[in-house]
Ligand binder design. Structure first.
Ligand SMILES: Cc1cc2nc3c(=O)[nH]c(=O)nc-3n(C[C@H](O)[C@H](O)[C@H](O)COP(=O)(O)OP(=O)(O)OC[C@H]3O[C@@H](n4cnc5c(N)ncnc54)[C@H](O)[C@@H]3O)c2cc1C
Length: 396
């Protein structure tokens, strides 16, 4: 169903997804207002590690892969443009990712991933024995098997989000901070704006990009997409002797920053809207990081934080048009929202303009939850394991 032509857009949520959409829509000539219940970019987006690793853990076709690969390939231009538009450097690192294995089972997984990825034409290099530590000399001697993904990137989400905030303001996007959108405004079944307290704010189209809170925004007779938070804790060590590129292992990943610090993440915990850092979280991540890179045992403990990843009802994003004309969703990006921000913005603006999105979005249809798929919201507290489902392996 094509949207009627619109010239103004209201975006709900000022994380990396909402900001990227606002920027792309402003570039396309739309008048854009973006509402955030708090400060811009203070939730999941600035807690992220910044892995841009669509190939990590992939050993079979999956519907999100084309979007993930396309988004990674957009990143060099995206990061450069944000830097040029804002004067803030998002710290893009173009050194690939090294996925490591420390036992036979994990090494077999790397074989499968390498074979599948080669079969679909992705660049990938299986490394063994001393070659693993020739790539990253700080790794423990147990790391004798690896998969090098040369096209992967990483970015520092904190300056990236600050840069996006400044870039969209310079493009004329109106950022409305500290203003919670309560519900959708519907007229004749069409979304015509939002309710903010007692006020009705009219708009040609609305995009819900409210992260883990997206499910709170409903309209008369229109159920919201389900959303839930998945807490991720992160520690930061150093400056330290650390790998020069992201290293991804079964129980922890390490991401170096340009100033010599190294991040170690992350937990996957379904504990509601609880953003606390816990003793167990810090202890588990620290032990796993030191086991992977022994020299980190001597590093200064710099800081720790947690963020709430946005999960939808089935852990795939909700991306595209809703049943009500004029309403689109761009939420539920879980572990891959930093990676997926550029392509989410492109696809959303194509849909707003009535164009073909260029990708098959069937699996991400926001309406699929009305047809019965519901979240498995079982409480879950653990660090990342590569034995989890494919999506949980493939980013932060
Ligand atoms: C520890 C950790 C590590 C991660 N590592 C990676 C990684 O390496 N690579 C990767 O790609 N992804 C990673 N992620 C995932 C990534 O951070 C998220 O997928 C992404 O940030 C989601 O962005 P968002 O804009 O949808 O949500 P958010 O950044 O949470 O933004 C949502 C915004 O909506 C606002 N909002 C909510 N409700 C309302 C309302 N009613 N009205 C107005 N405003 C509202 C909020 O205030 C918030 O600012 C990680 C996440 C965590 C927690």
């Amino acid at each position: 169903m094509a949207l009627s032509p619109i010239d103004d857009l209201l975006v709900v949520g000022g994380g990396i997804i909402g900001l990227s959409i606002a920027r792309e829509a402003a570039r396309a000539g739309l008048r854009v207002r973006l509402f955030d219940k708090g400060e811009i970019g203070r939730e999941a987006s600035v807690a992220a590690a910044g892995l841009l690793g669509p190939q990590i853990g992939v050993d079979r076709p999956e519907p999100l892969l084309p979007l993930c690969l396309a988004s990674r390939d957009l990143y060099p231009d995206f990061a450069r443009e944000v830097r040029d538009e804002s004067g803030i450097d998002p710290g893009l690192l173009e050194r690939g990712t090294l996925v490591v294995a420390r036992n036979r089972g994990e090494a077999d997984d790397l074989d499968r991933q390498g074979e599948f990825q080669r079969s679909i034409g992705l660049p990938v290099e299986r490394v063994r024995g001393e070659d693993v530590r020739r790539l990253e000399s700080s790794l423990s001697e147990e790391c004798t098997e690896g998969l090098y993904l040369p096209r992967d990137l990483s970015v520092d989400p904190v300056p990236l989000v600050r840069g996006l905030e400044r870039a969209v303001e310079r493009r004329g996007v109106r950022l409305v901070r500290g203003t919670r959108v309560d519900s959708l405004l519907l007229e004749g079944g069409r979304a015509v704006g939002v309710r903010v307290g007692p006020d009705r704010v009219k708009s040609g189209a609305v995009v819900i990009a409210a992260g883990a809170w997206s499910g709170e925004i409903a309209g008369d007779g229109l159920a919201p997409v389900p959303s839930a938070p998945v807490r991720g804790q992160m520690i930061c060590l150093g400056p330290a002797t650390a790998p020069g590129r992201p290293v991804y292992a079964d129980d922890v990943y390490l991401v170096p920053r340009s100033d010599g610090r190294v991040l170690a993440g992350s937990t996957m915990e379904r504990v509601g809207y609880d953003r606390r850092v816990t003793a167990t979280g810090i202890a588990t991540l620290t032990a796993a990081a030191v086991a992977l890179v022994p020299a980190l045992g001597d590093a200064t403990f710099h800081s720790a934080w947690a963020g709430l990843r946005p999960a939808s009802g089935d852990d795939w994003p909700a991306l595209g048009r809703a049943a009500a004309p004029g309403l689109l969703y761009a939420c539920g990006h879980l572990r891959q929202g930093i990676l997926l921000a550029p392509i989410t913005a492109v696809v959303t603006v194509r849909l707003l303009r009535g164009e073909d999105p260029g990708f098959d979005l069937t699996a991400f249809d926001p309406g699929r939850f009305r047809r019965g798929a519901q979240a498995d919201a079982a409480p879950l507290t653990r660090t990342l394991r590569s034995g989890d489902d494919a999506r949980s392996r493939s980013a932060g």
